[in-house]
Design a protein around this ligand. Sequence first.
Ligand code: FES
Length: 167
Amino acid sequence: MSAETRPLTDMLSADAMARIDAWIAKFPADRKRAAVLSALRIAQAENDNYLSEPLMKAVADYLEIPRIAVFEVATFYTMYHLERPGRHVVSLCTNVSCMLAGSDRLLQVFREQYGIEPGETSADGRITLKEVECMAACGGAPMCEVGQQYHENLTTESLTTLLEGLD
Ligand code: FES
């Protein structure tokens, strides 16, 4: 059997499969599709924080849904990574409120201090920058998310400090 067709149970730990099964059990048997967001999140966490094509195919097969349906979800939401990211993914919001509050200046920090544009990873593999849409924290604009932690009311100085503090 090729790597392309390995079942999900061969690719993830028993614990991860149990958590995916728990999500599947929350929905009617013919609605496994509803667990796709959670299944992808759990699968990504066990795969160096990214979704490879074989992994997405395995998730689709396990949920008994078309593979294209999984690819559509994985490419739509910015929380999924289709390539192996750096140790820290920094999701910088550049939507209207954050833009008006200075997200352009924050983008410059990444350019000048790390030489990276959105979608790129710093040369030391430490930071991957993602440009994202509104993250529902407009009251704290401009903001970014690192891991699952929001950082709001950023200035170029506070962002610099934040980035320097990442291991
Ligand atoms: S516009 Fe950035 S959090 Fe809403």
